[in-house]
Design a protein around this ligand. Structure first.
Ligand code: GLA
Length: 372
């Protein structure tokens, strides 16, 4: 059997702050991490993409001329969706074997799906000898998530997975796709990522529901304010016009307005190295996700509370779409072991679930290695 020709990977991501803001056209602050999806690829001279996994016994064969027909398969649907969107954009897909190795835990809020979609497109483009346009790849991967996987997501995950840089966070304007890279300097503090390990379901439908609510709120506010994105709304406008919104939408918009403001201040805090301020913003972000956006839940709340109860922790919040998954906490580097022990025990006692901690660095989004 021929050797694999390339090893390509795309990263999972964290998000320091700016949750549920990407699809409202505001700024977010993600970073690519060293947990990633790696694809080993070689040409196979057929009209099929043959998929296998390092962690699964399954093998799946995708017919290049029928890529639209794999939406309901258990494994391989993200790869099929990504390949289809790439093909629809006018790229030639060549028959190949792909071995996937994913270290991003599934359903953890660390964007395993974006990592799979982005790495699949990068692998296909690389084996075909095409030049890479990372932003374009992110947009096609997002299209796969929306039109194939059925999650009406924003651009944050795929952008971070494709365009992340080692040791930098991205201040990404999701309206213009302009991105400022900020060095992640946390002084004596580190980010600890913790999985609440509560299996979540219905995440897709609840995510789409939140997104529809923000669309509805925008429709109402547009008539009064002439804004084109919810992220344009400022605090004074919200105060003046919030009574025109039904109760639930009012809470959703309050999250968007306050979270955009927190991203603005977090940028200043990061640039100034003010960790207390950054930590306080993480805590307030979580409170707003819990009370206004209502995307947390008993387990994520318990995990965040356990973290926040520690004096070595300046702030903690749930990241990603919500309803489960991971939190990030800003913790004094010298106290990380005690922090983990305390959080593990107190979360176990409160919920019966075992929290899991990941050692991960801020890494490059895409990496490509020629193997032969
Ligand atoms: C998911 C989506 C992103 C973003 C986050 C919430 O990860 O894929 O586009 O909306 O949720 O910030």
């Amino acid at each position: 059997m021929k050797e694999y020709e390339y090893k390509v990977s795309a990263a999972g991501r964290i998000n320091i702050i700016g949750e549920h803001i990407d699809y409202c056209g505001g700024k977010v602050m993600p970073a690519a991490i060293s947990l990633k999806n790696t694809v080993y690829i070689r040409l196979n001279g057929t009209n099929k993409i043959n998929l296998s996994w390092t962690t699964l016994p399954d093998k799946v064969s995708l017919d290049i001329d029928k890529l639209e027909s794999y939406k309901d398969i258990k494994y391989g649907n993200y790869q099929a969706g990504a390949a289809l969107m790439w093909q629809r954009a006018g790229h030639k897909i060549i028959g190949c074997d792909m071995l996937h190795d994913c270290t991003v835990p599934f359903g953890s809020g660390l964007s395993s799906s974006a990592a799979i979609e982005v790495s699949t497109i990068v692998a296909l483009a690389t084996i075909a000898g095409e030049p890479l346009d990372k932003v374009d790849i992110a947009l096609k991967a997002q299209q796969a998530e929306r039109e194939y996987a059925g999650v009406n997501c924003g651009i944050m995950d795929q952008y971070a997975s494709a365009c992340g840089k080692k040791d930098y966070v991205m201040l990404l304007d999701c309206n213009t796709l302009e991105c400022e890279y900020l060095p992640l300097r946390l002084g004596n503090y580190s980010l600890v990522i913790t999985n609440c390990n509560k299996p979540h379901n219905l995440i897709e439908s609840k995510y789409n529901e939140r997104r529809a609510e923000t669309d509805e709120a925008l429709k109402i506010l547009k008539q009064k304010l002439g804004i084109s994105r919810l992220a344009e709304l400022n605090g004074a406008q919200y105060k003046a016009f919030h009574s025109s919104l039904p109760q639930v939408l009012r809470k959703r918009v309050e999250h968007i307005v306050s979270e955009c403001e927190r991203v603005r201040i977090a940028t200043l805090a990061l640039k100034a190295g003010n960790m207390d301020m950054l930590g306080g913003l993480l805590n307030r972000s979580h409170a707003s996700l819990r009370d206004n956006y209502e995307v947390t839940g008993r387990e994520p709340d318990a995990l965040v509370e356990a973290a926040q109860a520690q004096s070595c922790c300046l702030g903690s919040r749930l990241i990603g779409g919500g309803f489960g998954g991971c939190t990030i906490s800003l913790v004094k580097t010298g106290s990380i072991d005690e922090f983990k022990e305390f959080v593990y025990n107190s979360y176990l006692q409160a919920t019966g679930y075992k929290a899991e901690f990941y050692n991960t660095d801020i890494a490059d989004g895409i990496t490509i290695e020629k193997l032969i």
